[in-house]
Design a protein around this ligand. Structure first.
Ligand code: PM9
Length: 462
């Protein structure tokens, strides 16, 4: 953003060149569709959806430059030119020395978990993420939550709810010993907390503590640009620093990264594993051939890597990120003004409805957030996602259900896809469900898959 334009509002820094028609449905059609989908919005067909706020993952609109880049795909098996463009973009904007492409974020999580975690290890992180924790557990590790308590409280307006509670980390080190902690896993713009940022000050302090104990930091940088924008807006000393410089500073405080490029990096498919250690790079580039593909394509086509290299460049621009977060805040502020309970402050990638407060008559055992997502779909065809007890799954050792404090419905905004008028419709629909909330009853789970159950679980009305 050019500084002299900061008095203007956040209008999109692009114009529309091509459109995709969306489908409107009748209430009767939606009733049939959600029943067929067993009250799980992941099981709806996209043609049954009007405004799709299921996820911001892989749903971005690519730019004309990215599409032009797709035509420059070098589909050589080894040493594709596009890989070198991607590597150059990662080095320039993120600063990590080595990069391995992966088919998406969880491909990178699988590899780093297998390399660094031994059975019996503990992996502390600033709140869990579903796929990340699963790979840590599959490698034999136990995830330990070290995020500040404020992150688990939807109403708390702490500006950096992604911060690490250093006392919790210190206590874990004292309890299990630094040797049992292969790395600390730090997410920027913490997804499950509602897209909440970590501050640079906290990251710097974490760096000091981990350095003392020789524990590396692995950065889940899936939404690093959104985090950097919040630092620019909220942290002392960063108001005049470009988002690109803040991103580089964040990365410089960590040793390696996993990234789902399907979010901030503006592509429909792809991920990366990046690091500064040559030793880990060599192990990872060997392991990637087992699970993904050669180290210069990692499960991606050359054209995908080109789109990612260009997407990274576009994602770090101040005017892009200001408009992206501006749109999310526009929707969030409408909800707050209407008294609809949401996670505060409004996060970077979506508005998270607080289902516990929205439906206070429903106990967590009848899946209030799952229920609310289905009700919003029924009302308007707006698709959202459960982020509560269903997503949290079961404890690794005991099989008992996790009962997270946050029982949320995520209205996730894809990047560069929907307009302000779409946001108004989303608000109108949530407000109408809110007016009728007392009539809403809960769900029971009738099929539960073993892994990441939220994707495919099936429900029935009680
Ligand atoms: N996140 C999301 O919708 C897609 C899968 S879960 C519905 O938020 C973080 C912070 C993520 C993430 C995916 C992954 C995995 C890692 N870290 O989906 O494998 O938000 O590319 O990335 C999703 P992939």
């Amino acid at each position: 953003m050019i500084k002299s334009n900061r008095h203007l509002s956040w209008a999109e820094p692009y114009k529309i060149k091509m459109v995709e028609l969306v489908h409107m449905t009748t209430r009767a059609e939606r009733e049939q569709a959600i029943k067929k989908a067993a009250f799980n919005t992941f099981l709806l067909r996209s043609k049954e959806v009007y405004i799709d706020l299921l996820t911001d993952s892989g749903t971005s609109a690519m730019s004309d430059m990215q599409w032009a880049g797709m035509m420059r795909g070098d589909e050589a098996y080894a040493g594709s030119e596009n890989f070198y463009h991607l590597e150059a973009a990662v080095r320039k904007y993120y600063g990590y020395k080595y990069v391995i492409p992966t088919h998406q974020g969880r491909g990178a999580e699988n590899i780093i978990s297998k390399i660094m975690i031994k059975p019996g290890d503990f992996v502390p992180g600033n709140m869990y993420f579903t796929t990340t924790r699963l790979h840590q557990e599959l490698a034999g590790g136990t995830f330990v939550d070290i995020v500040i308590d404020e992150a688990h409280d939807a109403e708390n307006e702490h500006p950096f709810k992604g911060n690490v509670d250093l006392k919790k980390l210190d206590a874990l080190i004292k309890k299990v010993g630094a040797k049992k902690i292969p790395y600390v896993c730090i997410a920027t713009a913490v997804n499950m907390a509602g897209g909440q940022p970590i501050s640079m000050e906290n990251l710097r302090a974490l760096r000091e503590l981990t350095k003392k104990h020789k524990i590396p930091i692995i950065h889940d940088m899936t939404r690093v640009a959104e985090n950097a924008y919040f630092i620019q807006r909220r942290e002392k000393g960063y108001a005049d620093k470009p988002v690109a410089a803040i991103i580089k500073e964040i990365c410089s405080l960590t040793d390696g990264a996993t990234m789902s490029a399907k979010k901030d990096a503006l592509v429909n498919i792809g991920g990366i594993l990046a690091m500064n250690s040559k030793k880990i790079y060599e192990e990872a580039s060997n392991m990637v051939v087992v699970y993904e593909g050669l180290h210069t394509y990692g499960g991606l086509a050359g054209r995908d890597m080109e789109a990612m290299a260009i997407g990274i460049t576009e994602s770090v621009q101040d005017d892009h990120i200001r408009a992206r977060v501006g749109q999310v805040e526009y929707l969030g502020n409408k909800m707050i003004a209407a008294g609809i309970p949401i996670v505060k402050p409004v996060g970077g990638h979506g508005v998270f409805l607080n289902a516990k407060k929205f439906l206070p008559h429903l106990d967590q055992s009848v899946y209030p957030a799952q229920t609310l997502a289905a009700e919003i779909y029924l009302d308007s065809g707006v698709r959202s996602m459960e982020r509560g007890i269903v997503s949290a799954g079961r404890q690794k050792e005991t099989g008992v259900e996790h009962r997270p404090n946050l029982e949320l419905v995520r209205l996730t905004i894809p990047r560069r896809v929907y307009t302000q008028a779409h946001m108004d419709v989303v608000f109108e629909s949530v407000a109408s469900v809110f007016d009728d909330r007392k009539k809403i009853g809960g769900l029971k789970m009738v099929y539960e898959p073993k892994y990441l159950r939220f994707f495919q679980a099936r429900f029935a009305k009680i």
